[in-house]
Design a protein around this ligand. Structure first.
Ligand SMILES: [Mn+2]
Length: 342
């Protein structure tokens, strides 16, 4: 349910009206919803006559670079000084598609915490932090992009999103809803999209740009991962897919290449939990997915320095792959009854 009150709308409206330096931020390893909501909000603010700077913690996957405005994004890891300056001078900061500041990464999180700007949070993850002046949190929303659309309508019910804003917002709704198939998709989601299409959005072009632009290396990586690395722990109704750094290098891995792999693992008949593990520079990154009632958000929070939603969460550890897999199996064994019942 939406928690945006009339007082919130008025406060947000005034904050935007009076802001001289607006910064828009989203979470680390930005996905379609993170980039779509950030650039969507950027274009919406422009149409309301306000300039803004999008700052993301790190680079975007190649398949999102077509989004209008992506060339204007500043990446904190590439330009920490410029980013810090923008954050220091900001009087209004948007926090989109994340609930607590450290989701932007350690250094960017510290910079944001030190900022004297007012924050407007728009997000569909659980347990939003208490840092924002305005919190628009709706864990039932399929995407932050859908909420950004709602937010724009709260600011001005007669406002029609321009082409650029519509493309960005649609991209996030489409990617975060698994192309409109997850349970979080509501009649309202379809109404929002209907409105965007009525106003001229070329939705098929966005789908093509995101999903039909595979490089051969990526398809080979997916093929290798599914045929050589995917294992099913039948007694735990869990599919696990670990990829080492060496394997990623072998297939010229680019950000976003493993996107969706965990959902393929989850699609196996009889599997209720899927875990994708990717070896990064100094840590292992986890994607947890479940179908049914098993809460991977709690599971990721409790043992894997992460969190997210009931059916989709992330995590990380500095353990070795071998140790992490062992611990994963042990911890899943402890909740195997919950998985079976889910
Ligand atoms: Mn999202």
């Amino acid at each position: 349910m939406s928690t945006l009150t009339q007082a919130d709308v008025e406060l947000a409206s005034n904050l935007i009206k009076n802001a001289n330096n607006i910064v828009i931020t989203s979470h680390k390893s930005p996905d379609g919803d993170a980039v779509g909501s950030s650039l969507g909000m950027y274009h919406i603010l422009k149409e309301f006559g306000k300039d803004a700077q999008v700052i993301l913690p790190d680079g975007l996957p190649e398949y999102l670079s077509f989004l209008p405005g992506s060339e204007s994004i500043i990446f904190f890891d590439q330009q920490p000084e410029v980013s810090n300056k923008f954050i220091q001078e900001a009087d209004l900061i948007f926090s989109l598609d994340y609930n607590v500041l450290h989701r932007t990464g350690e250094e960017m999180g510290v910079a944001l915490s030190a900022s004297k700007a007012s924050f407007i949070l728009i997000d569909h993850h659980q347990q939003p932090g208490s840092f924002p002046a305005v919190t628009y949190s709706d864990t039932s929303a399929c995407s932050t992009c859908e909420m950004v659309y709602n937010f724009s309508q709260h600011l001005d019910p007669s406002y029609v999103l321009g082409k650029n804003a519509a493309e960005c917002v649609y991209c996030g709704i489409m990617t975060d809803s698994g192309s409109f198939r997850f349970p979080s998709v509501s009649p309202h989601t379809h109404r929002v999209v209907a409105m965007l299409i009525e106003n001229g959005l070329d939705h098929a072009a966005i789908h093509r740009a995101v999903y039909d632009t595979n490089l051969l290396d990526r398809l080979k990586l997916i093929g290798y991962a599914l045929s050589e690395k995917l294992v099913v722990w039948e007694e735990l109704m869990t599919a696990v897919l670990p990829l080492t750094a060496e394997e990623l290098v072998r297939f010229n891995h680019r950000p976003g290449d493993t996107e969706g792999l965990v959902n393929q693992a989850l699609s196996i008949k009889g599997v209720k939990v899927a875990v994708f593990i990717r070896e990064g520079k100094n840590e292992l990154k986890f994607s947890f997915r479940s179908k049914g009632g098993f809460d991977v958000n709690s599971f990721a929070r409790n043992g894997w320095n992460g969190g997210g939603h009931i059916n989709a969460a992330g995590g990380r550890t500095t353990e070795s792959m071998e140790i992490a897999l062992q611990r994963l199996k042990e911890e899943l064994s402890q909740v195997s009854d919950l998985i079976k019942k889910s």
